[in-house]
Design a protein around this ligand. Structure first.
Ligand SMILES: Nc1nc2c(ncn2[C@@H]2O[C@H](COP(=O)(O)OP(=O)(O)OP(=O)(O)O)[C@@H](O)[C@H]2O)c(=O)[nH]1
Ligand SMILES: [Mg+2]
Length: 246
């Protein structure tokens, strides 16, 4: 992992009183970063797990995880679900630390909704957000009523090569090979993607399934060949946005 990444993470952990680790509620284990958690603990800072995008996740799974990982709050920065609960949790921790205006560092992989969460917490659109991963470029401070929030860029550590996880969570939206990523998802969830688009599955050849999706979406190249690249990009976007239930 580039040392600049750890320099930035260590800097935020050093400054913050409380760290929010923002993970994707649909894939909690796969979007946690155990190294960051360990560093927060070693620095003696309070770690709060924030399961974001809970509007896209199953309630049963969340309840189970909530017991396992504490303190944790599940929220949706999109529809403000759980935001009040998170504010209360932060203030409880701050009180324990004897602080009136805690510094709250927000860490997590790209595209988890860190900037969106900051906006939900302070009720403004001060932190810029985007559907593309790697959007926030540098650390920024955002003052909320009783908090100082630190937004950070999400960075993908090396070794992050689980294509299915990346496809579903949008950790990396700048994939060089969207077709390969979608074919991996189709392999892991047989028939699910095809049937979402009402396209026929080909058990022996996933690429034919992808071509069938292209035809259903009318994404064709000159001469009528299926435009599988554009199709794959569209499938990845629909996955990220939770339009396809896996
Ligand atoms: N459905 C849903 N989408 C969300 C939620 N929170 C954020 N998003 C979407 O997720 C995408 C990423 O949001 P950002 O807030 O920019 O994510 P980030 O973690 O700051 O990303 P980087 O700056 O790239 O690290 C955007 O398209 C948001 O609209 C949520 O609670 N539910
Ligand atoms: Mg951001």
């Amino acid at each position: 992992m580039p040392s600049s990444f750890w320099d930035a993470v260590n800097g935020v952990i050093g400054e913050a009183d409380i760290v929010l680790e923002v993970v994707d509620a649909r894939r909690i284990d796969e979007t946690r970063n155990l190294e960051i958690e360990e560093k927060v603990r070693r620095a003696g800072k309070v770690l709060v797990y924030v399961f974001n995008k809970c509007d896209l996740a199953s309630q049963a799974e969340l309840e189970h995880k909530k017991k396992e990982l504490q303190p944790s709050v599940f929220v949706s920065a999109k529809d403000y679900h759980g935001i009040k609960m998170l504010q209360e949790r932060i203030m409880i921790e701050a009180k324990r630390l004897g602080l009136k205006t805690p510094k709250v560092g927000v860490l997590g992989y790209p595209n988890m909704g860190k900037s969106s969460l900051i906006n939900a917490l302070n009720g403004t659109g001060k932190a810029k957000t985007s559907a593309e991963s790697g959007f926030t470029k540098g650390k920024q401070y955002i003052r909320a009523k009783k908090l100082l929030l630190i937004d950070t860029p999400g960075v993908i550590p090396y070794g992050e090569n689980d294509e299915v996880k990346k496809a579903i969570t949008g950790i990396d939206t700048r994939q060089k090979d969207p077709e390969a990523a979608v074919l991996k998802v189709m392999e892991e969830y047989p028939g699910v993607i095809e049937s979402h688009y009402d396209a026929e599955t080909d058990k022996d050849d996933l690429e034919i399934g992808l071509e069938n999706i292209a035809r259903k979406l009318n994404l064709l190249l000159k001469g009528g060949r299926a435009d599988t690249r554009r199709t794959a990009e569209r499938v990845l976007r629909d996955l990220r946005e939770g339009k396809i239930s896996l």
